[in-house]
Write a protein of this length. Structure first.
Length: 72
């Protein structure tokens, strides 16, 4: 994860601004990510990703004409 990459770069003596620039985001984005995801553990992040993936799969089904509802 990009938050972890910034932490590793900081541990090597790089400033936050330089580390964030290296991973390709702005300092504001990094700060927002840190506020949102910085307190989550690995299991929580994995679960969040699973939920987002299943949610996007549901949207794909509804755009394919199924409407997210299946008849038996």
């Amino acid at each position: 994860m990009k938050l972890r990459q910034v932490e590793l770069l900081q541990g090597q003596g790089m400033s936050v601004a330089d580390a964030v620039r290296q991973i390709g985001v702005t300092v504001q984005t990094y700060d927002r990510w840190r506020r949102l995801y910085g307190v989550m553990g690995r299991k929580q992040l994995r679960r969040l990703k699973e939920l987002e993936t299943s949610r996007s799969d549901g949207r794909a089904a509804s755009t394919n004409g199924f409407g997210g509802q299946f008849q038996t």
